[in-house]
Design a protein around this ligand. Structure first.
Ligand SMILES: Cc1ncc(COP(=O)(O)O)c(C=O)c1O
Length: 484
């Protein structure tokens, strides 16, 4: 085990980030010049024929032609065939630097061989699932408990979404209270009660097609960093059945796209204690990516419950886990027959030997290699390089990072909010389209990003990889309107 260093070398100047983001949102958009966009579209037409054939066929049998929200579909999705470390290859053999990293779980880099070998060994002997207990469940729970002291007990689930559902159910069962408060814009999966205030703060049930109003009747949101707003809700809720839990992404909504101030989480902890609500950290993204002690270790705040996903199984299915205080976790006791206090949860494939072994070996490897810190330094290098390019080209765009989570805001659609509803309605669509175009342009230059505005770095991102990426980013940013 090497000496662990933090993935975050320094928390950014949050005021400066918001000032730059506000300035960006005030300006008219700066999309890619039309003639350059034609070249981007020509890349897809000429170099991605196999992807086009496959994803055209998929349109007929898969709704929308693509199963993953993070898969780009403008002008059409790419079919991916091979991954290795910092790179992936599409079905036409084009190579890309992979800053999606599957949406965050692969801090060691894609398809990391030592973990793959362990998983393959276990598959050979045990198969993927038995429905019975396997020693790796114990090993993973003990390991997570050692790395994250607030986790006295751990239970595995099928996904982050499921783990959030379990967290809420356990919090309600434990406190006997109803309301769940989240931060506007944060993502906590797609359960009925959490499709509320998604992406853009203040939007409540905006995306709640198919969800009865009663299902989210006890979900509430407050604006990012608005501790007085949270305080008001907690006071009002005392007369409305009480607050069972406050759930936060500890870096801020959408993996720190609207970042928190460094003392935010501690202040939320204090408010929760005052009002007898549980504090749930949703560490689906930050868990182990921000360091082996997770975001709670970085901020020194102890939540009652922690939701895990992604890294908890090292990029292998089924990636969900919930850990926390023993007396709360005991509400989720499994086995046949329950008590009145049992909060019902389940899952045929949850805690499969494969999930638990993959998580166990991936976390051990991350700890041994100090992968979160190495990925964090790569994120710092990428961010500094982007900031330098943006400044040199005189662009209003904003780059900032929390270690290996790198934000590059150009269209800034997520920074709109309902406090300016006219602007929101008028600009949401064009800004979203600009992000699609930016994403397509990055792709045509050999860079895969998350939604054209976020990059996850990994241990595989050497200085050479980052420098090659920066050259590619510069080519795209040079093609933006108004750059000479
Ligand atoms: C913060 C956060 N919570 C919950 C989830 C849901 O996890 P899953 O996609 O595994 O259901 C995500 C997914 O990206 C997430 O980013």
């Amino acid at each position: 085990m090497t000496e662990q260093t933090s993935a975050i070398s320094e928390w950014h100047d949050t005021d400066a980030v918001y000032a730059a983001l506000r300035a960006l949102v005030k300006q008219p958009t700066r999309p890619i010049r039309r003639e350059c966009m034609q070249e981007v579209l020509a890349y897809f037409d000429q170099k991605c024929q196999r992807s086009k054939e496959l994803t055209d066929a998929a349109q007929k049998v898969i709704p929308g032609g693509v199963q993953h929200n993070l898969a780009f579909n403008y002008p059409f999705p790419l079919a991916i065939e091979r991954t290795d470390g910092a790179y992936l290859w599409d079905a036409d053999g084009n190579r890309y630097i992979d800053f999606l990293q599957a949406g965050g779980p692969t801090v060691l880099g894609s398809n990391y061989a030592p973990v793959r070998r362990k998983v393959t060994e276990l598959l050979e002997s045990c198969g993927p699932v038995t429905g019975l207990f396997h020693e790796y469940e114990l090993k993973l729970a003990e390991l997570v408990s050692r790395l994250v002291p607030s986790v006295e007990m751990l239970r595995m689930f099928g996904s982050g979404t499921e783990a959030v559902m379990a967290a809420i159910r356990a919090a309600r069962a434990h406190t006997g209270k109803k309301k769940i408060i989240k931060v506007g814009g944060a993502y906590h999966g797609w359960s009925d009660q959490m499709v509320f205030g998604l992406h853009v703060p203040g939007t409540g049930r905006f995306e709640a097609a198919g969800i009865p109003a009663l299902a989210s009747a006890h979900t509430q949101e407050f604006y990012p960093n608005d501790l007085s707003g949270l305080h008001r809700l907690l006071i009002a809720n005392q007369l409305l059945g009480g607050t069972a839990a406050v759930i936060v992404e500890p870096f801020g909504p959408e993996s720190g796209t609207r970042p928190v101030y460094p003392d935010f989480n501690q202040k939320v902890r204090e408010l929760c204690d005052h009002f007898g609500a549980l504090l749930i950290f949703d560490e689906v993204v930050t868990g182990f990516r921000s360091g082996m002690g997770c975001a709670q270790g970085y901020f020194g705040v102890r939540p009652d419950l922690t939701v895990f996903g992604k890294c908890i199984t090292g990029g292998y299915p089924m990636a969900g886990g919930l850990g926390g205080r023993r007396e709360v976790m005991l509400h989720l006791s499994a086995g046949i027959g329950g008590t009145g206090e049992r909060a019902y949860v389940g899952g045929t494939l949850s805690a499969s030997p494969i999930s638990c072994a993959a998580g166990y070996f991936a976390l051990l490897e991350m700890e041994r290699t100090d992968a979160p810190a190495i990925a964090g330094r790569a994120g710092d290098r990428l961010t500094r390089g982007l900031q330098e390019i943006i400044q040199r080209l005189g662009l209003p765009f904003v780059a900032y990072n929390q270690g290996s989570i790198v934000h590059l805001e150009t269209g800034a659609v997520m920074l709109l909010d309902t406090r300016n509803p006219i602007k929101l309605l008028r600009e949401m669509k064009p800004r979203r389209h600009m992000m699609e175009e930016m994403g397509a342009a990055y792709t045509a230059h050999g860079l895969i990003t998350l939604a054209g505005s976020r990059m996850y770095t990994s241990m595989a991102d050497t200085d050479d990889v980052i420098d090659e990426a920066l050259n590619r980013f510069e080519s795209v940013l040079r093609s933006v309107e108004g750059v000479a």
